[in-house]
Design a protein around this ligand. Structure first.
Ligand code: 5AD
Ligand code: SF4
Length: 335
């Protein structure tokens, strides 16, 4: 049983009653999280990627970006700085870069977990379920495996022949391993429709995720989608507000893609049902090169400022930066 039916979802996605939708989303967030907002510090440690996703600036064929790989010691130093500055979750993110071996990732996770009282999230793409299981043993707590769309034909097209089924298998395997698992979609990919977004909302809800993210599509000039229309920002806000109504206890970030439209995009997201923000703590020398879409990481600040700015943003809305790890509150139905 969903908390809203497909007709109601479509009504709201079409802008049938924005005020009511956003008020309800804010209430449900408040009931479940009070004034607390969780902060996740993202270390984008490599922008090397062996894939060709048509929407993403890091795709392998893009020769116009500077590729970088942080060394293990550099990753540990950034994680330490983030933890010392109050971050309770460290997200390790990269393109699909297999030069980081299982052992190396395992060592990084172990060292971060032994030195700091933080949760570690892995956002490393399509590594095997066995590797993820090994990293879970090393102490990793969470993973992010985005679906980007739940339409298998669109998925196959935008990810150059890959299968949605395989990606879903990985999501389920990681849930069974014991990870908190996050996923999400991009709103406004070529070929999308309101009906598809209704299906995406129901599909993501069925997955009983611990985290779900959605942000508007932003065309990157060095991708096959350079001329595709930008995603609709209002539909994107409605989508996250509906995620909140359907998944009251799931962690939902105000994505940085929202800020590409409006410098107050993430604030607006937090007022409309989101309860997480994810500041980049990537070293300033590399940050601009993690250019997934235009506007991403355009502000070059150091780690301390990045976390302080995020905390100030939270306080400016009369919310409180959480001092907890912000672990998932939701319990999955055992199937
Ligand atoms: N526009 C918006 N979001 C994008 N992402 C990747 N490319 C784009 C784009 N062009 C999102 C995807 C990815 C996350 C890191 O950024 O959801 O998983
Ligand atoms: Fe690589 Fe991820 Fe970008 Fe696809 S979305 S090209 S896997 S970084």
């Amino acid at each position: 049983m969903y908390l809203l039916n497909a007709q109601e979802i479509e009504f709201y996605l079409n802008g049938g009653n924005d005020q009511e939708l956003y008020t309800r989303a804010d209430q449900v967030r408040q009931e479940n999280f009070g004034d607390e907002v969780y902060l996740r510090a993202i270390v984008e440690f490599s922008n090397v990627c062996n894939k060709k996703c048509k929407y993403c600036g890091l795709r392998a064929p893009n020769s116009s970006i500077n590729r970088y790989r942080l060394k293990k010691t550099e990753i540990l130093d950034v994680a330490e700085l983030a933890a010392v500055n109050g971050a309770k979750t460290i997200v390790l993110q990269s393109g699909d870069d297999f030069s980081y071996s299982s052992n190396m990732v395992g060592e990084i996770v172990r060292e971060i977990k032994s030195r700091h009282d933080v949760a570690v999230t892995l956002s490393l793409g399509d590594r095997s379920a066995e590797e993820y299981a090994y990293w879970f043993e090393c102490g990793a707590d969470r993973t992010l495996i985005k679906l980007e769309t739940t339409d298998s034909r669109i998925y196959n097209d935008i990810r150059c022949g890959e299968s949605l089924k395989d990606r879903l298998k990985l999501v389920k395997a990681l849930q069974e391993t014991g990870y908190e698992v996050g996923s999400g979609i991009i709103v406004g990919l070529p070929g999308y429709s309101i009906q598809q977004l209704v299906a995406d909302l129901l599909f993501l809800t069925d997955l009983e995720l611990d985290m779900v993210a959605a942000g508007p599509f932003i065309p990157h000039p060095d991708t096959p989608y350079s001329d595709v229309e930008t995603g609709n920002i209002d539909i994107s806000y409605r989508f996250t507000a509906l995620l909140r109504l359907l998944n009251p206890q799931t962690n939902i970030p105000a994505t940085s893609a929202l800020d590409s439209f409006d410098s107050k995009g993430r604030e607006t997201g937090l007022r409309r049902g989101c309860n997480v923000i994810m500041p980049s703590v990537t070293p300033s020398a590399n940050r601009a090169d993690y250019n997934i879409y235009p506007g991403k990481n355009s502000v070059s600040v150091d780690v301390t400022d990045s976390i302080t700015n995020a905390e100030n943003l939270i306080r400016s809305l009369n919310f409180v930066p959480s001092v907890t790890k912000g672990s998932s509150k939701r319990k999955r139905n055992v199937k």
